[in-house]
Ligand binder design. Structure first.
Ligand code: UD1
Length: 427
């Protein structure tokens, strides 16, 4: 059985890593089980990792491979940046060649980035032979809906879900959303969250990061033997086009952070898109940034006016370490809402909506909107929050194992020879 997994952009890496690890464990179990027997072993799986190259910088991609112990991609499409249409089309053209060459039994796509949709779409429309055989398409992190179609990710989610055969959801809302859209329940599996699998697997290792020292956030032990103490700080990420591509919108958010910045340092690892906008809009002075330092050492903590510490994008372990010890996280990311929920760290989401309602209902997240006053109010409320929230159902580090069990079983049970892999219809 040949399984092909696609990754392309930063948030894909931590979602795919546990699936690849679970496939390897499956193979090891089978090899051990049949090592001493004469009978033919149950089929092991061959795995192929394809990187589209949507994200290509070491800081956005390479460092995650080493931090997460991901294998080197077997195929790198080297697509790079472009408009949505150009990027999606380039991935589709190059991925089609890979699919026709490899003819995998299963294609796994994760999350909601352009690479996810592009590859799912190619896999759904390809024919390996004259009877329309194709791979089984597996979407991990299916069913999430913000109900805001101005987000490119929402379009990617809806379309990917509707061309996929097996849909793995992270929270119960995902199941309900897919049912409301007419997807047959036998295609949907509530398995938990592979991003949380990674978080739980690397939570302790993140403690070996030296990022707190490098940013001057850990006070060294005194001579009297008193332990190290970590200073109070907040963590900020912003990269959504609606928040950073418009000068006024960006300024509004920065204004909403002023009170917090006066109270404690805010560590701000800046996404490449946001770095570009800061320069283009001349916002360096608002951030106390001199524009050259941000290009230098990612650990440069020299830019501290108004309590904002700017860094380049950080690796997985450094960022996880910062999240674990932050007093508060302010973000427009999807994944960080989930990670802070699992860690019990108060999170203020600078958006009008979330596709991850479980992080608000049973977690530590609050949706602040994007106006100065509402952001400031949400921060004030979250700073005094006492409850740690709860960890959502099945966010227990076992999601990838469940996923791999289901798709291997489905493949064998239905005897999904390529001939039978004709697109399924919705209920
Ligand atoms: C993409 C995803 C978004 C995800 C985010 C995480 C889509 C539609 N969006 O958005 O869901 O939350 O990744 O980062 O797929 N750039 C670099 N180096 C890189 C990659 C990008 O400098 O390695 C710059 C390029 O100038 C590029 C810009 O960042 O134009 C944006 O990159 P892009 O992949 O288009 O989208 P993201 O904003 O990163």
């Amino acid at each position: 059985m040949k399984i092909l997994t696609v990754v392309g952009a930063r948030p894909n890496f931590m979602k795919a890593a546990p699936i690849i690890a679970a496939i390897n464990e499956h193979n090891e179990r089978i090899s051990t089980k049949y090592a001493d027997r004469r009978e033919q072993p149950v089929e092991t799986t061959q795995h192929i990792l394809v990187h589209t190259g949507q994200h290509y910088d070491d800081l956005m991609s390479g460092s995650f491979f080493s931090d997460l112990k991901l294998p080197r991609p077997d195929v790198h499409l080297g697509v790079g940046s472009g408009s949505h249409a150009v990027q999606t089309a380039e991935i589709m053209k190059k991925f089609e060649e890979v699919l026709l060459r490899e003819k995998p039994d299963v294609v796994v796509v994760v999350g909601d980035v352009n690479s996810t949709l592009a590859c799912a779409l190619v896999a759904a429309k390809i024919s390996f032979d004259s009877v329309g055989s194709r791979s089984l398409i597996v979407h991990v992190e299916a069913g999430l809906r913000s109900f805001d179609r101005s987000m490119p990710e929402e379009i990617n989610r809806i379309l990917t879900d509707h061309v996929s055969d097996l849909l793995f959801v992270t929270e119960e809302s995902g199941f309900q959303n897919l049912r409301n859209e007419g997807v047959s329940p036998d295609r949907i599996h509530f398995v938990g969250n592979t991003m949380i699998d990674s978080l739980l697997a690397f939570k302790e290792k993140a403690e070996s990061s030296t990022i707190l020292e490098e940013l001057g956030l850990r006070t060294q032990a005194g001579k009297n033997g008193a332990g190290n103490s970590i200073n109070r700080y907040a963590l900020l990420t912003l990269h959504r086009p609606t928040n950073v591509d418009n000068r006024d919108a960006f300024l509004n958010i920065l204004a909403g952070l002023e009170e917090l910045a006066a109270d404690c340092p805010i560590v701000f690892p800046v996404h490449p898109r946001t770095q570009r906008r800061i320069k283009e809009f001349g916002l360096e002075s608002h951030l106390g940034m001199n524009g050259t330092k941000i290009k230098g050492d990612a650990r440069d903590s020299g830019n501290r006016r108004h309590g904002i510490i700017l860094t380049n994008p950080l690796g997985y372990l450094d960022f996880l370490c910062l999240m674990k010890h932050a007093r508060l996280v302010v973000t427009d990311s999807g994944g960080i809402q989930e990670e802070t929920t699992c860690l019990g760290i108060p999170c203020v989401t600078v958006r009008e909506n979330t596709e991850r309602p479980v992080t608000v209902e049973s977690g530590t997240n609050t949706i602040a909107g994007t106006k100065k006053e509402s952001i400031n109010d949400a921060i004030r409320r979250q700073k005094v929050r006492r409850t740690s929230g709860g960890v959502p159902k099945k966010w227990d580090g076992q999601a990838a194992t469940r996923i791999v069990d289901v798709f291997i079983r489905t493949y064998h049970e239905k005897a999904l020879s390529r001939q039978s892999l004709i697109p399924q219809t919705c209920a």
